[in-house]
Design a binder for this molecule. Structure first.
Ligand code: PA5
Length: 447
């Protein structure tokens, strides 16, 4: 039997007592109950709770579509932003080769677009795509988000000019709402294959829908193992009312108690660059779910040991507003032993014969102790390895913990009203029809 994520709270004990965490976690069982009963805030966005089962009937179709894209192209451009982008990238970058584009062996390249409006980025990508045989997956729940919509217009045009309209239509997959939105209309009009984002699942909770699973499958990863991992952690947490044995309740409670103790910034820490985009996904999940009504913990992230040589100084000795949550991965996929050198001119022979991961692991333990000495509470999440199964566990674990944590904070963890503010201003400044008056006022302010 496989292990599950283990939460270690030993290194928060100088700040919050274990018994206090268990007590708040136990009180928070009511939030778990209201999630399961659908009686809390945002209860029309709870479809993600049962995704590990609900998605199973769709896996064949997702795999078939992925196989098709892999057979007609060597590159897929995944167009999306926020919750329609970060989950797929988080999983793909955590589990793929670190230098995929430099691999000699045959490999399907995944490239991202629509997550920015940078003219240079898009132009550079078009230049690359001139010489690639590519497909497009365009993802937008609303079907109207400006960044991916603009990118799709540009890349669709490029692909049609390159391979013709009919062949382009055969290699464009749209993932969107079943009925509404401009992308839905466009897909129906052009006969693109479509996959659906269910109404009751918000973008940041959508990794285990086609939004995340199709790009992940196209990249060659095992989506069934990912879902299996999510299912295992659902079984451990979703109906588990014994708080001390429920890591999602314990994590939600611990971080809220640390916040109440004055630490309003949580840094997600990984000791492998593979976790970089999982942290980006996590930041969106917690930032959009909790940051409202003047509340919430600001989610930040670092890649250690890299960032120990930049942000490490601040974490060790700067303002005491921080705490860390560390994802500790026991075993790397590959094995590399440090060679011995005859004259030991770099004085590293004391490490000869050791695995590089042993050095990394000691850096990790040393960092936890140093940061603890520097008054930083550290929550540790242990997983045996970073594979599809444990990444699936992490995804469901963080989603459930985030929903519980939002309820502890007494906010709706499933809306994101604040995201609209910049959009309205951008539309007004760009003279979008209907925004003329607002545009005039904003332009006055910019004078
Ligand atoms: O989590 C969210 O709801 C957002 O980040 C959205 O996913 C993001 O804005 C993209 O929206 P859409 O999928 O409608 O294009």
């Amino acid at each position: 039997m496989k292990e599950n994520i283990i939460i270690n709270l030993r290194n928060i004990e100088g700040f919050v007592q274990y018994e206090e965490v268990v007590a708040l976690a136990q009180q928070s069982v009511r939030h778990l109950d209201s999630l399961n009963a659908g009686t809390g805030a945002g209860n029309d966005f709870l479809g993600w709770l049962s995704l590990p089962d609900d998605i199973l009937p769709q896996l064949d179709r997702i795999e078939k579509t992925a196989k098709h894209l892999r057979s007609v192209s060597d590159t897929t451009v995944v167009i999306g932003i926020g919750g329609s982008y970060l989950g797929a990238r988080a999983v793909i970058e955590a589990l793929s080769h670190s230098f995929p584009s430099l691999l000699k062996s045959k490999h399907h390249e995944i490239i991202y677009a629509g997550q920015n409006i940078c003219e240079d980025y898009v132009s550079d990508l078009l230049e690359i795509l001139d010489a690639r045989n590519y497909s497009i997956i365009v993802i937008s729940k609303s079907g109207t988000t400006t960044e991916p919509a603009l990118a799709f217009r540009i890349f669709k045009d490029h692909l049609e000019n390159k391979v013709g309209k009919a062949s382009a239509a055969d290699r464009i997959i749209a993932i969107t709402d079943s009925k509404k939105g401009a992308l839905r209309s466009l897909a129906d009009l052009n006969g693109y294959e479509t996959l659906v984002i269910p109404d009751n699942i918000g973008g940041r909770y959508s990794v285990l829908t086609p939004v995340g699973l199709l790009p992940i499958a196209v990249s060659g990863l095992d989506i069934r193992a990912l879902v299996k991992g999510a299912k295992a952690i659902e079984e451990l947490t979703r109906h588990n009312k014994n708080a001390a044995s429920n890591p999602a309740l314990m994590y939600a409670a611990a971080r809220n108690l640390i916040l109440r103790g004055g630490r309003s910034v949580e840094i997600l820490v990984g000791f492998t660059p593979r976790l970089h985009f999982l942290s980006e996904w996590w930041k969106q999940l917690f930032g959009e779910s909790e940051g409202k009504e003047g509340k919430g913990i600001f989610p930040a992230s670092v890649d250690f040991t890299t960032d120990l040589h930049s942000l490490g100084q601040y974490i060790q000795e700067g303002q005491r507003i921080l705490f860390e949550t560390m994802i500790s991965v026991k075993n790397p996929k590959k094995k590399l032993t440090i060679p011995s050198e005859k004259d030991d001119s770099d004085q590293l022979n004391y490490l000869a014969g050791k695995r590089l991961s042993e050095v990394n692991h000691n850096a990790e333990m040393g960092t936890v102790l140093a940061h603890n000495d520097g008054n930083v509470p550290v929550i540790t999440l242990n997983i045996p390895e970073l594979d599809e199964y444990y990444t699936g566990q992490l995804i469901y674990f963080f989603e459930l913990a985030c929903a519980i944590s939002g309820y502890i904070l007494d906010v709706n963890p499933f809306d994101q009203p604040g995201v609209e503010a910049y959009k309205k201003n951008m539309f007004a400044l760009l003279n979008k029809p209907g925004y003329e008056e607002a545009g005039k006022k904003l332009k006055e302010r910019l004078k």
